[in-house]
Design a protein around this ligand. Structure first.
Ligand code: HEC
Ligand code: HEC
Length: 500
């Protein structure tokens, strides 16, 4: 146990040193580093803001089916409840994640004077949309190039997942008294922040088509955090003075990013579309905080996700298990301690994104640029971490393995695509009788018991989960398993298998 903790600490110390180094070496990074010390990621106010935003169902555009980040990342950070999995199966056979109903954004609607409704004004909603890939777990997603194809940029620009610098809408108070001026931001080793600003306005995952981040900011600054939910955090925020997103942003970032925060209107940027209680549409200039909402969003959600670690809380593999893991060649790509080969600091160069022939690469090409030194378009996907697998089925980017046994059978037969350039081989000749059972036991042992209990960083509010026919059920809050039991629910950490 002691050894485990030491290794973990070492991993973090190396990580922090590198974050600082990268910050010092790049000119923009130096400015960003001065503005955002690495310590913000462990600031409880930043973590609390990120957790509230991650779980808040008011973020999604709605159409009667609200959604949060957690909607697709609720169980050990993945989307694995049986009914949801069935609802997320596409006509092409890929198991993705159920997103929002297709619609066009028209405005933020103010139902009461000065109070935004939790539902946006949109065109008539059509069918539910489903993502083209499985949702990988947010737990243990730190310091990798995020997404199955690694496209979330390692350097966060405060605005979008692509990460390039340049004028992209951020504004700040100028230091020499020149009022509010356009500005840029860049912070490296922050792939989770880059990733986090993608889904909120994605017209498949969470929003009606065309909603902008300042518009989302405008709405969130006018609603009560987690107003539709109960339990951990939701109840807490309803009784504290921090229970308002602008107070929470001030508490979290007032010291380090004060020049990005303010009620003053920003001119010369796209205006916020607002629908009043009579259905009239007007345009208003965003406030400075609203205009910069994506910056606070990315940094705080990353801070929350950094708390979702399992490494130090799992059983270490036995010698027999490790031997079987090696005999099945799993260790040629995955790390035996369960961490991802794509970890920026401790991963395996050359094995972090690789082709195992899960699916037809001409349909989903995986990595499309060479940032990991791989030939693009050949079906290279991220070598996943191996934590909490019993809670996150189905497996692989297309959800094609329903359980651990099917997942291992895939490797034993040498993958699904012998016609493609694939880096795994048929294992039948080299395996011993107990190998499969040993590896399953090893993977089960790499599960963090706190997740099923909903304890520590895994405590969470209730969450309404929709199915593709428009029906829904509630996941109970971790501290109140009886709450919201109006519809059949599930308790966090319940393991489900996929129905045939
Ligand atoms: C509709 C379902 C859905 C919603 C809502 C959603 N995600 Fe995801 N998430 C996915 C899918 C699918 C992927 C994989 C996409 C890919 O690799 O191309 C993913 C990938 C990720 C990853 C990458 C993990 C890794 O190991 O690389 C993180 C982190 C993540 N999402 C966090 C979030 C956050 C934060 C939000 C809210 C802002 C969010 N997700 C909202 C479905 C969803
Ligand atoms: C050649 C490198 C390589 C080898 C060898 C390998 N893997 Fe993988 N593993 C990957 C890659 C890449 C992915 C992602 C594949 C995808 O989804 O397209 C993956 C995905 C997985 C997943 C799915 C994780 C999730 O969250 O969906 C599991 C579980 C897994 N591997 C376990 C194993 C085991 C057990 C072995 C040994 C039998 C093994 N792997 C051998 C590279 C490898």
């Amino acid at each position: 146990m002691l050894k485990t903790v030491k290794v973990w600490t070492l991993k973090w110390v190396c990580g922090s040193a590198l974050v600082l180094l990268v910050g010092l070496l790049t000119a923009q990074g130096a400015e960003a580093k001065d503005r955002v010390p690495n310590s913000i990621f462990s600031d409880p106010a930043v973590v609390e803001l990120g957790k509230a935003l991650f779980w808040d169902m008011q973020v999604g555009s709605g159409n009667g089916a609200q959604s949060a980040c957690a909607t697709c990342h609720y169980q050990a950070g993945a989307d694995s409840e049986t009914r949801r999995v069935v609802s997320s199966t596409r006509s092409d056979g890929i198991i993705g994640s159920l997103g929002v109903r297709e619609s066009q954004f028209r405005g933020i609607s103010l139902l009461e004077k000065g109070v935004a409704s939790a539902t946006d004004d949109t065109s008539k909603p059509l069918d539910f949309l489903i993502t083209g890939r499985q949702a990988p777990p947010t737990v243990e997603s730190e310091f990798t190039h995020n997404f199955w194809d690694g496209r979330a940029n390692n350097c966060f620009n405060g605005v979008d997942p692509g990460g390039q610098e340049g004028q992209r809408g951020l504004h700040q108070w100028s230091k020499d008294g020149g009022g509010i001026v356009p500005t840029t931001f860049l912070l490296c080793d922050a792939s989770q922040a880059s990733q986090a600003v993608g889904p909120p306005n994605s017209d498949v995952e969470m929003a009606a088509r065309g909603r902008t981040f300042p518009e989302l900011g405008y709405k969130m600054l006018r609603v009560k955090p987690l107003a539709m939910q109960t339990g951990d955090l939701a109840d807490e925020l309803s009784t504290t003075t921090a229970g308002h997103y602008d107070t929470m942003i001030n508490d979290a970032f007032g010291d380090v990013l004060g020049e990005f925060i303010g009620d003053e209107a920003v001119a010369g940027v796209p205006e916020i579309r607002v629908t009043d209680s009579n259905g009239n549409r007007t345009l208003v200039e965003p406030s400075l905080t609203e205009q910069n909402f994506s910056l606070f969003w990315g940094l705080s959600v990353m801070a929350y996700e950094l708390t979702l670690e399992s490494y130090a809380h799992v059983q270490k593999p036995t010698r027999a298990q490790k031997k079987s893991f090696k005999r099945m060649r799993c260790d040629s790509c995955h790390l035996t301690d369960g961490t991802s080969a794509a970890h920026v600091f401790t991963g395996k160069n050359g094995k972090s994104f690789i082709s195992t022939g899960v699916a037809d690469a001409s349909i989903d090409p995986g990595v499309v640029d060479d940032f990991v030194g791989r030939d693009p378009f050949e079906g290279n996907f991220k070598t996943a971490h191996l934590f909490n697998l019993p809670l996150t089925a189905p497996y692989f980017h297309d959800g094609s393995a329903a359980d651990l046994s099917e997942m291992l059978d895939f490797y034993i037969r040498g993958g699904n695509r012998v016609d493609q350039k694939v880096k795994i081989k048929n294992l039948k000749g080299r395996m011993k009788k107990r190998d499969k059972a040993n590896v399953i036991a090893m993977l089960e042992g790499l599960t963090d018991p706190r997740i099923a209990k909903g304890s520590g960083p895994y405590a969470h509010p209730s969450l309404q989960l929709f199915l593709d026919d428009g029906s829904y059920f509630w996941m109970h809050a971790s501290d109140d398993p009886e709450a919201d039991s109006k519809t059949p629910g599930l308790s966090y950490g319940e393991t489900k298998t996929i129905e045939p």
